[in-house]
Design a protein. Structure first.
Length: 263
């Protein structure tokens, strides 16, 4: 349990660092892509441990989960160092990372549901899951944009494709690592909260459906986590109330010999 709480803190810290790096000036903000790799590695090794109640040994699904995360890391690194003209390698990234992230959220919720006490570490883990959903959505939207440029456009830049922002007109020879995904990440987080400012919009049917899916996932995750934490907190309060309730001790009965002496 102590290791799991430490994992909650580390996951929350890495999510905050990834989001903070997006505010850095270019090209430092590209560190967010490296942060995505670190997030997946952290999930693969920590949530790859036994997470089921009363599970003492690793199940085959735990190993499959871990290898899925490592495969996602490998595909993502290949995609990052590939030129934009060979961005088709992003398709396995989109498939594997999508499956891995939703599997990770399932395992994270399973861990949160086993907590007896709701403290700051548990709350950090719950918030980290929400941030993870938004960060991963930004990564997947970025992959979609490299596969089909113009999937997301910015009305503030004259309906220009987001990845062309601040880059030369002919960016075909650039590596994916050289692109600026900050605006797409911003759009993913805004979509997750269902706010929708209208400055960035999906321009193709796949991008529209992906945006809808992320918009549904955000409130759904919050509803599940809120219900889970409230139920855990209710059980915790009831247990503390029972422990703090005074115990009625019955009055001692006089010995049988004392009654006969009185008579």
């Amino acid at each position: 349990m102590r290791r799991r709480h430490r994992f909650y803190r580390h996951l929350f810290a890495v999510c905050l660092l990834v989001m903070a790096s997006m505010a850095f000036p270019y090209p430092l903000r590209r560190l967010a892509l490296a942060g995505n790799v670190l997030l997946i590695l952290l999930l693969a090794f920590e949530l790859g441990q036994p997470v089921r109640p009363r599970q003492t040994r690793r199940h085959w699904s735990d190993s499959v989960y871990r290898w899925t995360g490592l495969a996602g890391v490998a595909f993502q690194i290949i995609w990052m160092v590939s030129p934009t003209t060979f961005a088709v390698v992003g398709f396995p990234v989109m498939v594997v990372i999508t499956a891995f992230i939703f599997w990770s959220l399932k395992r994270l919720l399973l861990c949160l549901g086993q907590e007896d006490r709701i403290g700051m570490d548990v709350l950090a883990g719950a918030v980290a899951g929400y941030l993870l959903l938004g960060i991963s959505g930004g990564l997947l939207f970025g992959v979609m944009e490299t596969l089909a440029p113009g999937s997301f456009v910015s009305h503030t830049d004259g309906a220009r494709a987001l990845l062309l922002r601040g880059l030369p007109i002919n960016a075909a020879g650039l590596q994916v690592w050289s692109l600026d995904f900050t605006r797409i990440q911003y759009f993913a987080l805004v979509s997750l909260t269902t706010v929708g400012y209208g400055d960035i919009v999906p321009a193709t049917p796949p991008a529209e459906m992906a945006s809808v899916a992320l918009s549904i996932s955000g409130p759904l995750y919050l509803a599940i986590v809120m219900g889970l934490l409230i139920s855990r907190y209710t059980l915790q309060s009831e247990a503390e109330e029972v422990r703090g309730r005074p115990v009625d001790v019955p009055a001692p009965h006089p010995p049988s010999g004392a009654d006969s002496d009185d008579r």
